[in-house]
Design a protein around this ligand. Structure first.
Ligand code: SAM
Ligand code: SF4
Ligand code: SF4
Length: 333
């Protein structure tokens, strides 16, 4: 049975495979909060690959067509290619992964051979100093670029590149990033900085609105709008007027798209969230480990999805910023 609420079908599933990451991006896992004594999930709390695959099959039977593996940093989960090899045979599923790219050069071929279709790589600047200021670790941009090229060369293409734009940190990197990836076939996507979780100290003033990002780009590299590929596509698409490729902008703050949101999220310990800004997930791991049948799990997912009324981005205000919310590193964006 396919699930539909308020005309929002369940189509996408994001699966977080770990809440750990070796980066400490200021907008996601600030070091002050995710420091040495932070309690990450214990290994036995994580869903096993077998449990993830079983749940993925249940979701696909409910209408999911796209699965994105994420985290934390998914490539720090050992043998991730084994999970990819278990998910990739599920019929009719577009299987992708989001990564910070630091381990991608090493892993790209194994991931492709396991059946991964494409990757999205996060990169906020080409300038090592700006990159370091944003992710708070000493890691060279060149290694991420190497990962992007390795992915493209094994056929995990087109590679999408996510750049979170934060006022005062990296808006000067917008045009250099566009120039770097223009004409390569990779698709650069600018993301408005969001108030996910409650640890990143988000302020509306830190958001560089999509309209400003596009105006900055258009002045340097003329653009024209493109139609969406499908209903519910989160990025607004633009193409270079000289025909050398496209870019996207994800305007989750200034142009909320909740009415088209078709996405569920499964956290690393098996909780189901129907919104990026959820407070508490529904515990599917308890059902899996308690002996529930696939039909019972499907019914539970259906109950959660049908009563879903999420529209956080449409009602965001200074007052909602302080509400308790799940962390991005927990459910993976
Ligand atoms: N570690 C992987 C990575 O960085 O690509 C996957 C997980 S990360 C949580 C998924 C995506 O969320 C990344 O592209 C990241 O840039 C984005 N992200 C994290 N915090 C964000 C925030 N506060 N606002 C907007 N995007 C954010
Ligand atoms: Fe790690 Fe990705 Fe979060 Fe950065 S955005 S801290 S790379 S999980
Ligand atoms: Fe979907 Fe929630 Fe984001 Fe709205 S705020 S688009 S409902 S995840």
């Amino acid at each position: 049975m396919l699930l539909d609420t308020l005309d929002r079908p369940l189509r996408d599933l994001r699966i977080s495979v770990t809440d750990r990451c070796h980066f400490r991006c200021v907008y996601c896992m600030p070091k002050e909060v995710f420091g040495g004594d932070f309690q990450f999930l214990d290994r036995k709390e994580l869903l096993t690959f077998e449990e993830i695959t079983r749940l993925a099959c249940v979701f696909v039977a409910q209408g999911v067509q796209k699965i994105r593996v994420t985290g934390g940093e998914p490539l720090v989960r050992r043998d991730l290619e084994r999970l990819i090899a278990m998910l990739s045979p599920i019929p009719g599923v577009d299987l992708t992964l989001t990564t910070n790219g630091s381990l991608l050069a090493k892993k790209a071929r194994a991931l492709k051979e396991a059946g991964l279709q494409r990757v999205t790589v996060s990169l906020d600047s080409l300038d090592d100093a700006v990159f370091k200021a944003m992710n708070d670790v000493d890691f060279p941009v060149a290694k991420v670029l190497e990962g992007i090229e390795a992915a493209a060369s094994v056929g995990l293409a087109p590679v999408k590149i996510n750049m979170v734009v934060k006022r005062g940190m990296n808006e000067h990197s917008i045009v250099p990033m566009a120039r770097r990836f223009k004409g390569t076939g990779h698709i650069l996507r600018f993301i408005e900085y969001m108030d996910v979780g409650h640890t990143n100290g988000w302020r509306l003033d830190d958001v560089v609105p999509a309209a400003e990002i596009i105006a900055t780009l258009d002045a340097a590299l003329p653009l024209e709008p493109l139609d969406p590929n499908y209903r519910g596509e989160v990025a607004n698409r633009w193409r270079y007027r000289d025909g050398s490729g496209e870019v996207g902008v994800i305007a989750s703050v200034t142009q909320a798209f909740c009415r088209d949101c078709t996405r569920a999220r499964l956290s690393a310990e098996g909780s189901l969230y129907t919104c990026l800004f959820g407070i508490k997930g529904f515990d599917l791991r308890a059902m899996v480990r308690g002996g529930a049948s696939d039909a019972e799990i499907a019914q539970a997912v259906g109950r959660v999805w049908r009563v879903r009324s999420d529209r956080y981005s449409e009602i965001r205000s200074e007052a909602t910023v302080g509400l308790p919310k799940v962390e991005m590193s927990h459910i993976g964006g």
